[in-house]
Design a protein around this ligand. Structure first.
Ligand code: ADP
Ligand code: MG
Length: 178
């Protein structure tokens, strides 16, 4: 796990704020769903979850797991070709956003992304790297990397999430050495 540090060094260089990540290994789609359900249980209205990673990494699958934790059937959460924002009614309203087809933050801003992200429900954002400057600084980050075949590394940072310790405990079997 990386340490969190930020500030200005003696030589005047600004250290970028490094978030503290929880590193998980998923070995199957079922693992990724289980991790997502556990995180979903810790989310609160207003939370924004930024999902990073390439095509096929598992972002949409993760959204299905979060949706399940909020009482939404996984087959309602899709990756439609042209829909950018989809609202779902769950125990908490869920806004599923996929900005893959947008050029970038400016275009997202033009369609009202700031307002959408500041809504009362939970927001999930696929391809978050494309709209980084519009995301709240305290957003929850979920970063996917391919480890080969069905294995994925999932790094999660949730600086201000009160339920994060409980999530950490519930995901122990996916942690290194867990
Ligand atoms: P994205 O939204 O990131 O483009 P999807 O969630 O739509 O990705 O697709 C992920 C694909 O990878 C699915 O077909 C899923 O079955 C497959 N897959 C294989 N192993 C995993 C894993 N460990 N976690 C997530 N998806 C996996
Ligand atoms: Mg997707």
């Amino acid at each position: 796990m990386s340490s969190a540090r930020s500030g200005i060094t003696a030589s005047g260089h600004i250290l970028m704020c490094e978030k503290e990540y929880l590193w998980l290994t998923s070995t199957s789609p079922a693992d990724t769903l289980a991790i997502a359900r556990a995180l979903g249980a810790a989310l609160r209205p207003g939370d924004v979850v930024a999902l990073y990673g390439d095509l096929g990494a598992g972002k949409t699958l993760f959204c299905k797991g979060v949706g399940e934790a909020l009482g939404i059937s996984p087959d309602r959460i899709l990756s439609p070709t042209f829909t950018i924002v989809t609202e779902h009614a769950g125990t908490v309203p869920l806004t599923h956003i996929d900005v893959y087809r947008l050029a970038g933050a400016r275009e997202a801003d033009e369609i009202g992304m700031r307002e959408i992200l500041s809504g009362d429900g939970v927001c999930l954002v696929e391809w978050a790297e494309k709209i980084e400057e519009l995301l709240p600084t305290d957003c929850i980050q979920v970063k996917f990397s391919f480890l080969g075949d069905d294995r994925r590394e999932i790094a999660i940072a949730a600086p201000d999430l009160p339920g994060f310790d409980e999530f950490r405990a519930r995901s122990i079997r996916f942690q290194r050495g867990g």
